[in-house]
Ligand binder design. Structure first.
Ligand SMILES: Nc1ncnc2c1ncn2[C@@H]1O[C@H](COP(=O)(O)OP(=O)(O)O)[C@@H](O)[C@H]1O
Ligand SMILES: [Mg+2]
Length: 408
């Protein structure tokens, strides 16, 4: 949303507020406190049920029977490539988009037809969306002012929030004089100041450089845990998602393909898309006997996770850390399981080493005439002595559960 759109939304909220005779600051403050207390008591869980969003003039379902159930206080990350519907999901939840089907509940209440300013949510965007001619403090106070909070009280609250994001010494600075990271902290403080039942973050770190991104990401998580605010965080960056989420919902074509805790998602992907979107995966040729829940890959048995292809030729998606590598003794006879490969590159990653190897097409029982690249990741101390670029090696998957896709 552009800054102009944001201003319009805020102005609209202010207008509707005035129309309800909330001119008396104290009265509103009391009301705001009551709302907050009530929301904490009933919990700000969120449900999106079979939500359909079709943009005007479009035939595509930007949200296609989208379902999401968030527990009070939980941080859910929506992760997916560009155009999969992440922002649409967030904007629909916020009430910034009307929806063509389904319903949305917050704290058990149906808010489907409720306007944006009545949903008790706050949003932070990729673009900082601050008022550049205002100081950090004024920006944070703004949302409180339009809610009718008195000057002294809103100043105190705004300062508290600036302190929370580590900017109390920058309160008097104009936001246009601040770095991107600082501006996004101000935006976060502004969102938190209104004590929303639900905090919505749409790629809030995408415009920042790598180091600031990691810092602020960890800080957002700390603040979110401290405040206990139910949060939806949208990103296309899997590392970011894995680092902050209670649960990650991987989106594809307007739906969540799988939602699970980061580790579960990584170890037990339920679809091919999820298996290849999160983390690296080697694609190894395997076969599954009908009725078996194991695949044979290079003579090694690999157990399969739920959702895998169940019979015939498959591609097993094996993580680099779930591969073994040993030097080929050159006898030409394979002792145990594995496939012959040649080391193409060795990357030292600190305590870990990543080894790129290549299996020539002739070694493969099933191939499309091209060689197969296999990546192996090991702790430094487990790298076989004498392993060099060009070395002949045997690679094999470990018997760790993996996802099997239909063979390509
Ligand atoms: N205002 C709009 N009008 C028409 N189509 C839109 C609009 N906004 C988004 N879309 C379309 O809806 C789909 C989802 O977009 P979006 O939610 O922005 O994806 P993401 O945030 O995951 O990149 C895309 O196909 C996009 O082109
Ligand atoms: Mg988006």
């Amino acid at each position: 949303m552009s800054l102009a759109d944001q201003k319009a939304t805020v102005a609209k909220a202010a207008e509707s507020f005035k129309n309800e005779n909330h001119a008396d600051g104290n009265l509103v403050t009391e009301a705001a406190k009551a709302v907050l207390k009530e929301s904490q008591e009933r919990g700000g869980g969120v449900q999106m049920q079979d939500v359909v969003k079709i943009y005007p003039g479009s035939s595509v379902r930007a949200l296609d029977d989208f379902n999401l159930d968030i527990k009070p206080g939980e941080m859910v990350v929506l992760l997916g490539g560009s155009g999969c519907g992440k922002s649409t999901a967030l904007r629909s939840l916020a009430g910034l988009e009307d929806i063509q089907g389904g319903r949305i509940l917050v704290g058990g209440q149906d808010v489907t037809g409720v306007p944006v300013n009545k949903r008790d949510m706050a949003m932070v965007f990729q673009a900082y969306s601050l008022f550049p001619h205002m100081t950090a403090l004024q920006n944070v106070e703004f949302g409180l002012e339009i809610r009718g909070m008195g000057a002294a009280e809103r100043r105190k609250l705004a300062m508290e929030k600036l302190e929370l994001v580590g900017l109390s010494d920058q309160a008097k600075k104009y936001t246009q004089q601040m770095s991107g990271g600082q501006q996004q902290r101000v935006a976060l403080a502004r969102a938190l100041a209104v004590n929303p039942r639900v905090l919505l973050l749409d790629e809030p770190l995408s415009a920042l450089d790598a180091k600031v991104r990691v810092q602020l990401r960890d800080e957002i998580r700390r603040i979110q845990l401290e405040a206990g605010t139910t949060t939806v965080f949208v990103t296309h960056d899997q590392e970011e998602a894995l680092a902050v989420a209670d649960r990650i919902g991987v989106m594809n074509h307007g739906r969540i393909e799988q939602i699970a805790a980061p580790q579960d998602l990584y170890q037990r992907p339920a679809t091919e898309y999820v298996a290849s979107f999160i983390g690296l995966a080697n694609r190894l040729p395997g076969t599954v006997e009908a009725g078996s829940n194991e695949a044979m890959v290079f003579g090694q048995r690999v157990p399969l996770v739920d959702g895998s292809a169940t019979a015939g030729e498959v591609d097993v998606l094996a993580r680099p850390e779930n591969m073994t590598i040993r030097l080929n003794d050159q006898s030409g006879v394979l002792a145990g399981s594995g496939a012959q490969a040649r080391v193409a590159a060795i990357h030292f990653l600190g305590s870990l080493v990543r080894i790129d190897s290549v299996i020539s097409a002739g070694e493969l029982t099933r191939h499309s005439g091209t060689q197969l690249e296999v990546t192996v990741q090991l702790p430094v101390q487990e790298v076989p002595a004498g392993l060099t670029i060009g070395a002949s090696v045997i690679v094999a998957p470990r018997p760790v559960p993996a996802f099997a896709a239909s063979a390509r």
